[in-house]
Ligand binder design. Structure first.
Ligand SMILES: Nc1ncnc2c1ncn2[C@@H]1O[C@H](COP(=O)(O)OP(=O)(O)OP(=O)(O)O)[C@@H](O)[C@H]1O
Length: 289
């Protein structure tokens, strides 16, 4: 099969005409989007819209019924790799890391141990070199430690370095999961509902971390999120979905103003405008999805 071309060097991931059918349910219906390098791109939509399914297509947990996903080849090579031809275990090595809606960490290991395990996808040393702890292995170990310490500092986890994950508050575990994903030095970070289970203050912190990850580490973020406050704060572009299909793509403000988006969240546009008039007779502000 010929290698897909990348017509636009700004594009890191390109999904084209993706559809997935589970029996009678068309979970994703002909969805196309590009994620540009260095942006935070967010999928929003009501429950069952197909957001997590799109994530699972990129992680290769699911295979699309039709359509393709291409990813910019790592290491400055030209062209794109067809992600939909790759096996799930190859995804992390290509530079894609993810967090989950329900945190997935080793509960009975320390924060540091979890992060070092996260770093494992980067190990390039062979079995014999690891058994005999050769110079190459030692160098890899030092590099892993340095990277992990950098991430601990970035996400302010110093106080929790030696803590068992099981004993940590939920909000901290959520940051540890983020840290573990960063330790793989991804090009693309997939965040599945980063604010779920967090209180208002922790959600504000999460917005801060996501912005730092983008600005300081230059990592591209593709996120699924329900909290429109967080979405508006951190997203460069948003794709709104409903019933598997794309409703609108644009800046957070553009998408929240889109009549199709308002209708999908709240009912008909007329219902929404009369509701707004009743509740805020003097208000002229834009709709919020
Ligand atoms: N493995 C599966 N088998 C059968 N149906 C599935 C499967 N995964 C998802 N679906 C269905 O596909 C549709 C889209 O689900 P999906 O989880 O992607 O939505 P979502 O937008 O992520 O929703 P939520 O915000 O509630 O997480 C739903 O109707 C769901 O029931």
């Amino acid at each position: 099969m010929s290698q897909p071309q990348n017509p636009n060097a700004d594009v890191l991931l390109s999904a084209q005409n993706l559809s997935v059918r589970f029996g009678g349910v068309l979970a994703v219906n002909n969805v196309s989007f590009d994620v540009k390098r260095g942006e935070v791109f967010t999928l929003i939509g009501p429950n069952g819209a197909g957001k997590t399914t799109v994530f699972n297509l990129i992680s290769r947990i699911y295979t699309p019924t039709s359509g393709t996903i291409d990813f910019a080849a790592p290491g400055g090579q030209s062209g794109m790799l067809r992600l939909t031809d790759k096996a799930p275990h190859e995804i992390a090595k290509l530079g894609i890391a993810r967090t989950f809606q329900n945190i997935e960490l080793f509960e009975h290991a320390t924060v540091l141990q979890n992060l070092l395990i996260g770093r494992h996808t980067h190990r390039r040393t062979g079995l014999w070199s690891e058994i005999f702890f050769t110079g190459k292995t030692r160098a890899a170990e030092i590099e892993a430690r340095e990277k992990v310490e950098q991430v601990i500092e970035l996400l302010d986890l110093q106080h929790h370095r030696e803590s068992m994950v099981a004993g940590l508050p939920y909000g901290v575990r959520k940051v540890v999961e983020l840290a573990r994903a960063l330790c793989t030095e991804p090009q693309l970070l997939l965040l599945d509902e980063p604010s779920s289970g967090l209180n208002v203050e922790e959600t504000d912190d999460m917005a801060f971390w996501i912005t730092d990850i983008k600005d300081e580490l230059g990592i591209t973020v593709l996120m699924v999120e329900h909290d429109m406050g967080l979405v508006s704060k951190v997203s460069d572009r948003v794709l709104a979905m409903s019933m598997g299909a794309e409703l609108a793509t644009g800046t957070p403000a553009e998408v929240q103003r889109d009549p199709g988006v308002i209708e999908a969240y709240l009912g008909s546009v007329d219902d929404v405008s009369s509701l707004r008039r009743e509740n805020h007779p003097k208000s002229h502000t834009g709709a919020s999805a």
